[in-house]
Design a binder for this molecule. Structure first.
Ligand code: PDD
Length: 284
């Protein structure tokens, strides 16, 4: 069935949605995005995503095409028009259409596109089996804290993982894990400490990461934000990832080595439960 999508002020059938061939998102990957999950027809952590979007726009000196209040209305209207109960809303802002030039054009109207993706998120089969990841070199650009649409290397990483019979790849830079291709990476040590890379330009500041670390600390779990090696990860008691579309997902194997007992661990599963409970309560 055809979806209704949002393009520059209009709600239109997906077949009729159009963006210029001169759009800088298309020509230069000059655009940023957000993915917000929807459960029970409500948005999870909308404020976090809106704040990060504003930060991404500011870092690239890009104008916001609408106010953050309007953005909430557009998200809600798309949920309503598409009768979305569970899935995601994808949002993309690009600098807009202008004759091709590397320098940012002046006075260009940004492009704003949003669409829904219906998906089973809660009962994902991977929660029971856990994910398999491989390690790859992190060859992305240096400003991974900006959520840009330059996603070719993460796509290549996902394909490398598939070719190796795995589900995803964790990226490694200078011997230390940065993050997954589209998620933040965590290990749990044998003494029960949760370790995930500290914030910086090297990783995306995950909205799910912020929430999960807060819930973990509130539940008296020990958390350390620092970089870790692949050897530490393979020797960990547990591993997991977080993102808006996977919430907390256990990782059971890294480069073919079983993590812990090789099945989803109690810390990851407990954090998933807390995250889902708490974020459903505050969903809007
Ligand atoms: N990806 N790191 C990277 C590189 C990501 O692309 C993402 C999100 C995350 C997790 O961020 P958050 O918790 O805010 O979703 C970390 C989204 C889901 C995507 O590209 O589909």
């Amino acid at each position: 069935m055809s979806r209704t999508v949002y393009v520059n002020g209009s709600y239109v059938p997906e077949e009729d949605a159009k963006v210029s061939v001169f759009d800088r998102g298309f020509l230069f990957a000059d655009g940023v995005y957000e993915v917000t999950s929807v459960l029970d027809g409500r948005l999870l952590d909308f404020a976090g995503h809106a704040t990060r979007l504003q930060r991404s726009l500011d870092e690239l000196e890009m104008k916001s095409p609408v106010t953050m209040d309007d953005l909430l209305d557009i998200h809600r209207e798309l949920v309503r028009l598409n009768d979305l109960t569970e899935g995601m809303i994808y949002l993309q802002v690009t600098r807009g259409a202008a004759d091709r030039d590397f320098a940012y054009p002046k006075d260009v109207q940004p492009t704003l596109v949003l669409f829904t993706q219906s998906k089973t998120l809660i009962d994902s089969p991977m929660v029971k089996t856990g994910m398999k990841v491989i390690s790859i070199e992190d060859q992305r650009w240096g400003r991974r804290d900006i959520k840009t649409v330059q996603l070719l290397y993460p796509s290549m990483g996902k394909m490398m993982a598939k070719a190796a019979g795995a589900d995803d790849a964790w990226m490694v830079e200078d011997g230390l894990v940065t993050e997954g291709t589209s998620n933040n990476a965590y290990i749990v040590t044998k003494s029960g400490k949760i370790i995930t890379r500290h914030l910086g330009n090297e990783i995306l500041h995950g909205i799910t990461r912020t929430a999960v670390l807060r819930f973990a600390r509130e539940a008296q779990m020990e958390v350390e934000e620092r970089a870790f090696t692949m050897d530490e990860a393979k020797d960990a008691a547990e591993a997991f990832i977080t993102s808006a579309s996977t919430f907390v997902m256990p990782v059971v194997s890294i480069d073919g080595v079983a993590v812990g007992e090789g099945k989803p661990g109690p810390v990851a599963l407990r954090l998933r439960e807390i995250y889902l409970d708490e974020s459903r309560k505050s969903a809007i």
